[in-house]
Design a protein around this ligand. Sequence first.
Ligand SMILES: NC(=O)c1ccc[n+]([C@@H]2O[C@H](COP(=O)([O-])OP(=O)(O)OC[C@H]3O[C@@H](n4cnc5c(N)ncnc54)[C@H](OP(=O)(O)O)[C@@H]3O)[C@@H](O)[C@H]2O)c1
Length: 333
Amino acid sequence: MQTIKLGRTGPAVGALGLGCMGMSPGVYGPADEAEGVATIHAAIDAGVTLIDTGDFYGMGHNEMLIARALEDVPRSGVVISVKFGALRDPAGAFGGNDGRPQAVKNFLAYTLRRLRTDYIDIYRPARVDPAVPIEDTIGAIADMVRTGYVRHIGLSEAGAQTIRRAHAVHPIADLQIEYSLMSRSIETTILPTTRQLGIAITAYGVLSRGLLSGRVPSPSTKGDIRVVRMPRFKEGNLEKNLRLVEALRQIGNEKGASPAQLAVAWVRSRGDDIVPVLGARRREQLKETLGALELKLDAADIARIDAAVSPKLTAGARYDAPQMAHLDSEAHV
Ligand SMILES: NC(=O)c1ccc[n+]([C@@H]2O[C@H](COP(=O)([O-])OP(=O)(O)OC[C@H]3O[C@@H](n4cnc5c(N)ncnc54)[C@H](OP(=O)(O)O)[C@@H]3O)[C@@H](O)[C@H]2O)c1
């Protein structure tokens, strides 16, 4: 697989990354842990090196699953990206974010233990904590770079101003942010800013959480955040959005590609500084999305795809209102 260097100072990673969030139960409904581990192995075998998690995914479960999967994998063969800072209670409810320097070091200590490793390749606040200057949060991670517990610093869902302030404290390798045919708000000011500063984009939600594959969870699925609170999956919006996916499928049929493959190839076509982080949690999904690497889109294909699926045509925002309020990226586009 082609490799891409994350930012001016970051690590080189395979052109597609793997996000493990859905491998923990309670995110996208039930999860099959053995299949998650097998998917991580299959991804590494295919040349994927960037493995993304968050300490709050399954409240530590996701990191422990990754540790299990990486037992027999040389540590230098993978680039582990960890998000921290989201606060949860024992029932799983979210209670804001904590970016205080002492909290950063505390989160990291537990993450290192759960992942059974001596260092994290890229460490990033999951959300910008509005109560703590970003300089303080990044400064604390920079201390951890100096002591060797962290190799590189990333951001997640940060807006342009925050990116500049963070980068002034320590070079930022990548910004992890939602980017897809349906969610393109980064194009206005965030992407020009990261490009000016030499920061890569690691894009999540490339399939708009599965919607762009055309396969959606049943409304009765327990513990699936898409069913519970994602606007694009709500009755009324879902039907409209699935019609867009059908238009994408028509284009794919002519090119021998699935809608999911077109969605991944479209994000890749936006620039060599963008690495899609796939949410595949089963080997068959991984195989399908890896197929997008073979797909070349020319200007005419892109124009047809843009006419079929765009934010303007999409019904519903990418998060519900309470979650949107936590997005520095949307507050300061
Ligand atoms: N920084 C952030 O704020 C943030 C937020 C969210 C996620 N992330 C990271 O980004 C990763 C990907 O996020 P995402 O869940 O939004 O990704 P996504 O790729 O848009 O959606 C993944 C979901 O789509 C469904 N799907 C259907 N066909 C698929 C295929 N061929 N390949 C892959 N998935 C397919 C799967 O759900 P079913 O199995 O139910 O069909 C899968 O769980 C996460 O694992 C996490 O590491 C970061």
